[in-house]
Structures are given as C-alpha cells and as structure tokens.
Design a protein around this ligand. Sequence first.
Ligand code: NAD
Ligand code: IPM
Ligand code: MN
Length: 358
Amino acid sequence: MYKIAVLPGDGIGPEVINEALKVLDVISKKFNVKFDVKEYAFGGIAIDKFGCPYPKETENACLNSDAVLLGAVGGYKWDILNGDKRPEAGLLALRKSLGVYANLRPATLFKPLKSASPLKDELLKDGLDILVVRELTGGMYFGPRGTEKIDGGFKAYDTEVYETAEIKRIAITAFETARKRNKKITSVDKANILDTSRLWRSIVNEISKDYPDVELNHMYVDNCAMQLIKDPSQFDIILTSNIFGDILSDEASQLTGSIGMLPSASLRGDKVGLYEPIHGSAPDIAGTKKANPLATILSVAMMLEYSFDMKDASNAIKEAVNKVLEDGYRTADLGKGKLVNTEEMGDKVAEYIGVVKC
Ligand code: NAD
Ligand code: IPM
Ligand code: MN
C-alpha cells in the first residue's frame, strides 16, 4: 500500500487531478496495488480556508507520505497578496520542506503530435526527447529578496545564490541520469555575466571528471533558448539552475505540442517525491473543461516509475496516452483532431489502459 498526498490546488488543478486519479485507480486494479489517496488543502484554496498556502496539516501529510501529487496553484484572486503570502510561496515552501532539489522535466514528443508542434517536420524527423534537469531548491527563488523605499521610489531585489554542495548534487543527478540515456549533457548558464554561473560551470566540470563516458558541453542560456528552436535534436539532457530551468522547460514543452503535455518529478534521493505538471493553474480556461490532463496523468506515470518502482505500470500509462493520441483524440490545446474535453481525455486514457471501469 502506497500513501499518496494529493494537492489539487487552484484553477485547472482540481480538474486535471481528477483525471490523474481516474487513471491511478485503473492502474491499481490492473496491477493489483493499493494506493491510499488523500487530498489536502494547498495554494489559494488553503489561503481562503486556513489563511496560509501550505498549512501544517498538509505539510505533515506530505512529509509522511510515499509521494505527493500536485495539480497547480495560483490565480487572479490572490495576485494582490504580498509575495510571501501568495499560493506560489506555498509551492516553494513545499519543495523546500520535501528537500526535492532535482526537478526532472521530460520534453518528449509523442509521434502523433508531430503536427501540433510549431517546428517544421524536418526538425522533428528523429522525434524530440529532451530531459531538463532543473535545480529546484536554490538560486534566485530562495536568495535574499526585498523591496525598500528609496528616494524617488523603491528598490527591489532578488538574489541568485548557489553553494558548491547544491551544484554538486544536481550535477551528480544529471550525470547519473545521462548514463541511463544518451550520455550527453548541455549545462546551461550565464557564465559570461554571473558569478553563480561561473561557480556552476566549474563544479559541473569537476563532477564531469568522474563521468568520462558522458559528453559535456556548456551553453549560455540566451543561446540555448534560440538553439532549442533552431535544432532541438542537439540536446539530450539540459542541466540548469532553478530560474533558467523554469523558463527553458516552458519553451521546450511547446515543441512537444503543448505545455499541457509536460509532466515532472521532483526528487531527493530516497526521500518522498513530488509529481506535478509543469504548467500552472491556467485561470484563463479554468471551469471550461478545456484543460489538457495529460501532463498530470504523465506525472502519475513518473510517480509509478520513480517512487514505486512500477516501470510496467508507468509504461502502460505512456502507451495508453500514445494510443489515444494516435486514434486522433485531442484536447483544444493540441490542435486538429477529435475534440475531447478534460474528462473525456481522462476517460479515454483510463479505457485504453485496458481495465473495464467499475
Ligand atoms: P499557465 O501554465 O497556468 O498558463 C499558460 C497558458 O497555457 C495559458 O494560456 C493556459 O490556458 C495554457 N495552459 C496551461 N496548462 C494547460 C493545460 N493543461 N491545458 C491547456 N492549456 C493549458 O501559466 P500562467 O498563465 O503564467 O500562470 C497562471 C497561474 O498559475 C499563475 O498564478 C501562476 O503563478 C501559476 N503557476 C503555477 C504553477 C504551479 O502550480 N506549478 C506553474 C506555473 C504557473
Ligand atoms: C513551475 C512554476 C513555479 C516555478 C512557480 C509557480 C513558483 O512556474 O512549477 O514551473 O517557477 O517553479
Ligand atoms: Mn514554470
């Protein structure tokens, strides 16, 4: 029996989580594994109910679970709050409390979605399979910040800070992961300008000496943003900082057809993992049933693989997603096809996994 703390969150969060839980239920029956699933308040909805985005009860439940599954947080209603009171601050606190410093964001093109990608066919002839390894508990998100009144207005600052140990551990994650993939890493930084990037580069070089079988190159982040569009096939693993990984993974997601396709796993060795789509709460489409639930469903696949060592079950989800897309079913973000809404997409994946629904 695996204990899963589920945090639906705000906007389309609960909508996509519903579909992910539908799929998890089918997996439970097909693979005869029990999941103890409980939902907890998190994000804006927790602010409304308890006055804070990451209540103690939710934190305790997450720390005592085998894995955490998150929808998304945030929305217009809470945008007026101070930075440290917002739903997004709860997300940073969650990641920090779990210590999940390694955020894996696979940008994989499902073949049937080739035409949904904005890239020309010739750039996608070998498919697209990039893993962004994003540092998640350091950098600008967690450095000293503030807003101060000064003559003539205000001064605001957010500070990028990285320590050797933080860079070492994420680099080791990337190199170990590279050995299970194509043994190729592009470390992305801004070492022509930033001290943190220069430290980053030197530590990554040092770690690479222990992995002579893995090819390493370095790239500036502005160039990387361009190269992703020009020739994505040159990348296998992109290893980068918290802020650069956030931006580059949204960019990479669109190359696979939609941000609604990208799952993520946030890990810390043997500790509890956090699984969430890379997209946000999409307030512009919340309540319209247009949300694509596949990123969250694929996050469940990552949870099965990384937290529960259930590779077959994980593959069953990925194969079902591919088959559903092959048969032409599309949520609105995926372009032309048999248009389905959020629930219908979840139903299709559940059905294709091959268990008669009870
Ligand atoms: P967003 O990812 O929510 O949406 C960006 C665009 O992509 C929107 O047009 C949206 O409709 C579309 N989109 C996103 N997910 C989709 C899906 N599953 N299916 C179809 N279309 C989808 O980013 P944003 O608009 O910049 O932010 C909205 C809110 O979400 C903000 O409050 C932000 O802070 C928050 N946010 C939260 C997370 C998280 O919880 N992990 C991540 C990103 C943004
Ligand atoms: C993401 C989001 C978050 C991030 C925000 C909401 C804190 O954009 O998960 O990609 O920047 O990490
Ligand atoms: Mn983001």
